[in-house]
Design a protein around this ligand. Sequence first.
Ligand code: GDP
Ligand code: MN
Length: 349
Amino acid sequence: ATSLFNGRHLELYERPVSYQPGDPKPVKACFTILSRNHDWRSLRESMKQIEDRFNHRFNYPYVFLNDKPFTEEFINMTRSMTQAEVYYGEIPKEHWSYPEWIDQEKAKRSREEMDKNKVMYGGSESYRHMCRFESGLFFKHPLMQQFDYYWRLEPGIEYLCDINYDPFLYMKQRNIRYGWTIGIFELMNTIPTLWDSVKKFVKQHPETIPEHNSLWWVSRDNGTTYNGCHFWSNFEIADLSFYRSEQYTKFFDFLDREGGFFYERWGDAPVHSIAAALFLQKEEVHWFDDIGYLHPGWQHCPSGDAWLQNRCTCDPSDKDKTITNADWGKCSREWALLPDTPPNYRKAL
Ligand code: GDP
Ligand code: MN
């Protein structure tokens, strides 16, 4: 049959891929959402967005994790937002408590000190357990064992454009192991000694550093100092074999021993990002700059063809919200300056 449309229109309206809820998927993947019982209302907003923009066609399952048992209300209110399978899991105690080597009195004093100094979440104990869990433990949960890739969702986020392809498959086909959409500076008063610990680890394990990594993106002086650039981990799509690898496991265990998750307030975002920048080849890390995404505070808004074709509703030129226009978003912009095969920084560290 002859089409009335030209090729461009066909591209726009073709919807060749669609998987049903129970279907085997081309990638064993899921959404993972760490949540508290009271988060259900804003999670319904997040789920509405990701379902409308993407998942009503792809039907990837959801895994909800909580340090407390989920309430029936939470389960009903979230399950009803999707046709895809949903799983609810409680986090084992040992993944949400103090390791025996942590001095809890010292941790408490540091929380009080950071609270006094108005460090963001500086006084919060639960936020620290959350960051430690998201840094190195979530992928060990029994419900996660059936999956090879994951996409992190949070309460209160928005997807601002249609996603008409399967990002999991996109990654798998190209051997991409870490995907991000917002790059931003870290609050350095949450991680005073993180980079020192990273350097100690790298000295002990130089074999974990590939030749063409993205070190330049996180350090402009060949590894002496950390510039604070990180991928905002409230959105991330990752190959779980990266987190489950010997090198990442050793890295997390080392940082955990250093104590900074409790004596400072190390976030999972800089921890994941530094690992991705150091341990992966640059080409294994992908900026999904066609995915429009908002987490309270900042958004990434695609421009050009992608904006039009994917029915974006955000304003790429917004000065207040769009990260690539902001000083804080220098990290996003400068990713583009990194060559596909960056110079060999291995000897520098
Ligand atoms: P922010 O994005 O850094 O401001 O932190 P959020 O408050 O969004 O927390 C990050 C993620 O961890 C979200 O998915 C929260 O629902 C989840 N979270 C934070 N604190 C807790 C907690 O104490 N228990 C559980 N189960 N989830 C938490
Ligand atoms: Mn959040």
